[in-house]
Design a protein around this ligand. Structure first.
Ligand SMILES: *[C@@H]1O[C@H](CO)[C@@H](O)[C@H](O)[C@H]1NC(C)=O
Ligand SMILES: *[C@@H]1O[C@H](CO)[C@@H](O)[C@H](O)[C@H]1NC(C)=O
Length: 446
């Protein structure tokens, strides 16, 4: 848990912030540093500051940046790992440069890049930042970052190539393998979802591989979720629209434990969430039910299935009116935003024939035999999809314009324009810091 400084802000629509950053850069930077390459690619971690940050980012296609503070414990532990990873990443083709910024000293630079905790880690790909939430041990970090520079689609020509590919891919991303599939069927989709999954096509493979990945004819597109020990198969039709639907739906495993990390996956998914609230995610009873839910999920691809234990995340379950005396498990359909539905007659489950009860719940939902409710109290949940991108951009642009005006009048630079804090001050729906802390603590308890 400690390794993942996720805050509410990461649920903020990134594009608006990028737009804002771009906007402020264009408007406010006196001059963007010349792009003559003053940086050596020697496998050392670059130490950047106010005067050379922009130049470094524009000099390299891939830059991993650690915004740290000298006094922060996690940062101190991370530093030697970055020293170890940097020479390996510098050798990749194309190379990934590792850099660090003392964001406590260079605060303006930090706030320009939305640093709201230490360390904040970002990958700049062609100048565009993506927040990094991956592992922090040198070897795992290298494995994670390799995704960004890997070919869009890998060609696997033997069983051993397939095995090596899976092994090298690790458990950070879903893996798609098109067995006997022409790469042209997935190449566009692979480019589109490159940051979220591995894509490959395999030409020659044995029957062992077919039984291992559980398909009996080709072409077959297999989606594997190493982290969730899950896989699924798609036999076509291999027209772009269908392949893309399958890929999009398979970026998320069939059934997902709900926590702050998995909420990030849900953020990008349009489907409604069949949410099962349990006493405790990891007890034996729950495991049985999760199996039942998984098979329901494979027959209902238009819905995402998730589960959460009261013991694991009580604050979150309270949003669905689960309190001490609420009979559990409770199932609802959540829109990923502010609304959810209970199904009349299927409000809770007992332990007899859970398969039937899940089917009955889904039938009831599809027939519209539901009661619509609003999430109870302010929750993390509400922030996933409730931010309307357009509205936010307008507000942010307005804030920037006001700032520019003030700056022109004041002739000084006392303002950290374009930070999330400013934006947060302007949008009432962003939670207060105390709430965030409380929520983070709630998650840490497990
Ligand atoms: C930033 O770092 C460079 C290279 O180490 C140094 O020459 C420069 O003076 C530094 N600038 C600031 C503002 O600290
Ligand atoms: C893959 O499809 C493209 C375009 O549809 C075609 O030109 C190419 O020959 C195919 N490749 C193979 C190996 O079948």
């Amino acid at each position: 848990m400690a390794s993942s400084p996720l805050t509410i802000y990461s649920l903020f629509p990134k594009s608006s912030l990028q737009l804002l950053t771009l906007f402020t850069t264009v408007l406010l930077s006196p001059a963007i540093a010349a792009s003559t390459n003053q940086f050596k690619l020697d496998g050392k971690v670059l130490e950047l500051n106010d005067s050379n940050f922009d130049a470094a980012i524009s000099s390299f296609d891939y830059v991993f940046v650690d915004f740290y503070a000298p006094w922060c414990g996690h940062c101190k532990r991370l530093a030697p790992e970055l020293d170890k990873a940097a020479p390996v990443l510098a050798e990749l083709k194309p190379p990934i440069v590792v850099a660090k910024v003392d964001a406590d000293k260079y605060r303006k630079l930090g706030s320009k890049h939305d640093v709201d905790g230490y360390p904040t880690l970002k990958v700049f790909i062609h100048g565009v930042p993506t927040e990094y939430f991956g592992p922090r041990k040198a070897d795992l970090l290298v494995q994670f970052l390799k995704k960004f520079v890997a070919p869009d689609v890998a060609f696997l020509n033997s069983d051993s190539a397939i095995r090596d590919f899976i092994k090298a891919a690790g458990t950070n991303f879903p893996i798609f393998i098109g067995f006997g599939l022409n790469e042209s069927s997935i190449s566009d989709i692979a480019v589109k979802h490159k940051k979220k999954a591995w894509f490959s096509v395999a030409k020659d493979f044995s029957e062992d591989i077919m039984s291992l990945y559980d398909f009996d004819k080709v072409p077959a597109l297999v989606a594997i979720h190493p982290a969730y020990k899950e896989q699924s198969i798609f036999y076509g039709p291999f027209e772009e629209k269908f392949v893309e639907d399958y890929v999009k739906q398979s970026l998320i495993p069939l059934i997902l434990p709900i926590n702050q990390d998995s909420l990030k996956l849900l953020r990008d998914d349009e489907r409604k969430v069949v949410l099962t609230i349990l006493e405790d995610e990891v007890d034996e009873k729950s495991k049985e039910l999760i199996k039942v839910l998984k098979s329901a999920a494979s027959a209902n691809h238009d819905l995402v299935f998730g589960y959460v234990g009261v013991k694991q995340w009580e604050d979150f379950t309270e949003s669905f009116e689960v309190y001490k005396k609420t009979p559990l498990p409770k199932m609802v359909v959540w829109d990923g935003d502010e609304e959810y539905y209970t199904v009349i007659g299927s409000e809770s489950m007992d332990e007899t024939n859970m398969g039937n009860q899940v089917s009955k719940f889904l039938e009831g939902y599809r027939e519209g035999s539901v009661v619509q409710k609003n999430l109870h109290g302010p929750t993390l949940a509400g922030f996933i999809k409730s931010q309307s991108g357009v509205r936010l951009v307008l507000i942010l642009i307005f804030v920037v314009l006001v700032m520019v005006l003030i700056m022109t009048m004041a002739k000084e630079e006392p303002l950290t324009v374009g930070t999330r804090d400013h934006a947060a001050g302007e949008t009432s729906s962003i939670p207060q810091p105390e709430t965030r802390e409380a929520r983070r603590d709630a998650v840490k308890e497990d």
